[in-house]
Design a protein around this ligand. Structure first.
Ligand code: GDP
Length: 232
């Protein structure tokens, strides 16, 4: 009886790929599209765009690389001269792309001059407020630090569009492999409490533990992002 059941489920899996497989396959198609230092340099994209934001060192590049299963994709964003840029990646079939990942500059990096920081904060705020094709935001938060004041500032920029459901939000609590189970749970509960303030009937707000190292949360995140842009 048990054996029969197993055979059936294996056969089923072979015919219909799971949501996770589809989502990971989709994320893997990501390729570099363009880089922009100002909003008016961004292509007037019609495709749904998913922005990745977070404090510098939160694990954003590593998370993008884990999601796309590419070793160096987001490290393009770390090459000198590009760290303060918005880097765009395109996803889906090459002839018929269906989504864009936008890697926004990490904020809070101490060595950046104050004027440059302010300029970037303004560009980022503007991007999050006006980018018409923005479908969702992935907020990377170091699970050991939790949401900081700078993350709260960022949430303020996007909350009007998140509350209405126009822009979805997923917070990834990164480097969860560095926490004990109890610490990880506490980090999750705290973040849920903070983000719960944005949760309205129309809002789509999620938070999950994430580790590029152990792969915890990677597939779930890919499934969520794919559902935001619902490619064919
Ligand atoms: P970014 O500045 O937000 O792009 O951060 P990075 O992706 O460069 O990561 C910052 C540091 O955290 C690097 O030393 C990474 O190796 C480390 N890191 C990122 N993700 C993980 C993770 O899931 N587990 C562990 N243990 N370290 C991580």
């Amino acid at each position: 009886m048990t054996e029969q059941h197993e055979t059936r489920s294996t056969a089923g899996a072979a015919i219909a790929p799971t949501e996770e497989k589809l989502a990971m396959g989709w994320a893997h198609t990501a390729r570099f599209l363009t880089t922009a230092s100002q909003l008016n340099q961004l292509p007037a994209a019609e495709l749904p765009e998913i922005a990745f934001v977070g404090r510098s060192n939160a694990g954003k590049s590593t998370a993008i690389n884990a999601l796309t299963q590419q070793k160096r994709l987001a490290f393009a964003s770390k090459t000198p001269g590009r760290t303060q840029h918005i880097n765009l990646f395109e996803l889906g079939p090459r002839l018929e792309p269906d989504a864009i990942f936008a890697d926004l500059p990490g904020y809070g990096y101490a060595a950046v001059a104050r004027t440059a920081k302010q300029r970037w904060q303004a560009v980022m705020a503007q991007y999050l407020e006006v980018r018409r094709n923005l479908a969702g935001v992935v907020l990377l938060v170091d699970s050991r630090q939790g949401l900081t004041e700078l993350d709260h500032n960022l949430l303020e920029f996007i909350s009007p569009r998140v509350i209405t459901g126009e822009v979805k939000l997923l917070a990834l609590l990164t480097k969860a492999d560095k926490l004990s189970r109890r610490e990880a749970n506490a980090a999750l509960v705290t973040a849920q409490g903070v983000l719960g303030r944005l949760a309205t009937e129309t809002a789509d707000v999620g938070v999950t533990l994430f580790s590029a190292l152990s792969k915890l949360g990677v597939e779930d995140a890919a499934v969520a992002l794919r559902s935001w842009v619902s490619p064919r």
